[in-house]
Design a protein around this ligand. Structure first.
Ligand code: DAH
Length: 340
C-alpha cells in the first residue's frame, strides 16, 4: 500500500509539473485528491490493514495529500503568471503606430459661395436672419403686394400644402417678418431654400436658393442700392466688374430693377457663359413699395428702403463653370470632391 501511495505521489507531481493551464491542474486535483480520486480510493482500503500498520499508512497518506496540495498551489502560481504573461503579450498595443486617417468632408459649392456672400454683406453691416420654408399665403404673397389674381399664385408655380399654407416661392417672405419684428433701422440678409413647381432641366430645379436683402432707414435711396450691389459684385467677381440696372417689375418694389454684372469669364466681350451678351443677370431689386412698408406698420413718409433677391445657384454655376444645375443637388461625391 505504501508503494502504491508513493506511486501516486510520484505520478501526481510529475503530471502537475507538466500542466499548462489552470483547468489541467484542476482536473489533476480531482483525479488524485477528489472524493472519487486515487488517493481517496486507497484510503478506503485501509480497513483491511492491521492496527499497527493503519496509523503509519494514514500518516503517510496525509503527508502525501499535503505534498500534492502544496505542489498544486505552487504550480498554479507559475501557470497563472505564465498565462498573464501570454495575455499581455497578445494584447500588446503599439502606441507609436500611426493612426487611421479619417476622410475629411468639405463644403458644398453652394455653401462656399454662400459663405463668401455672408462675409461680404456682414462686412457692410448686414445681419443674417432665417425665415421659415413653410409660409402662409399672407407672407409669401399678400403682404408683398402680390394681388389675388397675380399669375405667380398659379397652382403650377406654387407648392400648396393646404389652403393657406405653401412652400415659400421667394425669400422675400422673410422681409415681412423682419419688418414686423425688428426695430428700425433694418439691414439684413436672409439666405435660404425656395420652391417652385418647375420642370427639372439644366437650368431649372423645383428647389433652389436665394439670398434676400433688406435695408430700411430714413433717407435711403436708389443710390444706396446701387452702391451696395456694386460693392458686392466687385468683391465676388473682381475689382473691374461693372453692374447694370435694367428697369423691371416686382409687385413689392417701386421702382424695380433687374441687375446684370459684366461677365467675369470674358470681361464683357461675350462668351459661352454669358451667352454672347457680355452680361449675366444675377438678381432682382428695387425700392420697397410704400404699400408694403405701410402693411408692416412703417410710415413710408418717414422711412424708405431697398430690397434685393439674389439667385445663389446661378452665382455658383457661373463661378465654378458648372454646366448643369442638377449637379448641385445630386450629391455625387466625384463632383463634390472637386471643390475641396
Ligand atoms: N423675389 C424675387 C423673385 O423671386 C426677387 C426679388 C426681386 C427680391 C426684387 C427682392 C426684390 O427683394 O426687391 O424673383
Amino acid at each position: 500500500m505504501k508503494t502504491k501511495l508513493e506511486e501516486i505521489r510520484c505520478t501526481a507531481k510529475k503530471l502537475l509539473s507538466e500542466a499548462e493551464s489552470i483547468r489541467e491542474i484542476e482536473d489533476l486535483r480531482v483525479r488524485f485528491l477528489g472524493k472519487k480520486g486515487e488517493l481517496t480510493a486507497i484510503l478506503k482500503q485501509m480497513g483491511g490493514l492491521s492496527s499497527e500498520e493503519r496509523p503509519v499508512v494514514g500518516q503517510l497518506a496525509n503527508e502525501i495529500r499535503g505534498d500534492i496540495e502544496e505542489t498544486i498551489e505552487s504550480v498554479k502560481k507559475t501557470v497563472t503568471e505564465k498565462e498573464l504573461q501570454l495575455k499581455l503579450e497578445a494584447e500588446k498595443l503599439d502606441v507609436t503606430m500611426p493612426g487611421k486617417k479619417h476622410e475629411v468632408g468639405g463644403l458644398h459649392p453652394l455653401n462656399r459661395v454662400l459663405e463668401d456672400m455672408i462675409d461680404i454683406f456682414r462686412s457692410m453691416g448686414f445681419d443674417v436672419v432665417d425665415g421659415p420654408e413653410v409660409e402662409t399665403d399672407y407672407y409669401n404673397f399678400e403682404a408683398l403686394n402680390v394681388p389675388f389674381d397675380h399669375p405667380a399664385r398659379d397652382m403650377q408655380d406654387t407648392f400648396y400644402l393646404a389652403d393657406n399654407l405653401l412652400l415659400r416661392t421667394q425669400t422675400s417672405a422673410a422681409q415681412i417678418r423682419v419688418m414686423e419684428n425688428r426695430t428700425l433701422p433694418i439691414r439684413i440678409i436672409c439666405p435660404g431654400r425656395v420652391f417652385r413647381a418647375d420642370e427639372v432641366d439644366a437650368t431649372h430645379s423645383p428647389v433652389f436658393h436665394q439670398i434676400e436683402g433688406l435695408v430700411i432707414d430714413k433717407g435711403i435711396t436708389m443710390c444706396d442700392l446701387k452702391g451696395t450691389l456694386e460693392q458686392f459684385a466687385r468683391e465676388i467677381y473682381g475689382d473691374d466688374t461693372k453692374i447694370k440696372f435694367r428697369p423691371s417689375f416686382f409687385p413689392f418694389t417701386e421702382p424695380s430693377v433687374e441687375v446684370d454684372v459684366s461677365c467675369s469669364e470674358c470681361g464683357g466681350k461675350g462668351c459661352r457663359v454669358c451667352k454672347g451678351s457680355g452680361w449675366i443677370e444675377i438678381l432682382g431689386a428695387g425700392m420697397v413699395h410704400p404699400k408694403v412698408l405701410k402693411g408692416c406698420g412703417i410710415d413710408p413718409d418717414e422711412y424708405s428702403g431697398f430690397a434685393f433677391g439674389i439667385g445663389l445657384d446661378r452665382l455658383t454655376t457661373t463661378r465654378y463653370k458648372i454646366s448643369d444645375i442638377r449637379m448641385l443637388f445630386e450629391n455625387d461625391l466625384r463632383f463634390l470632391k472637386q471643390f475641396n
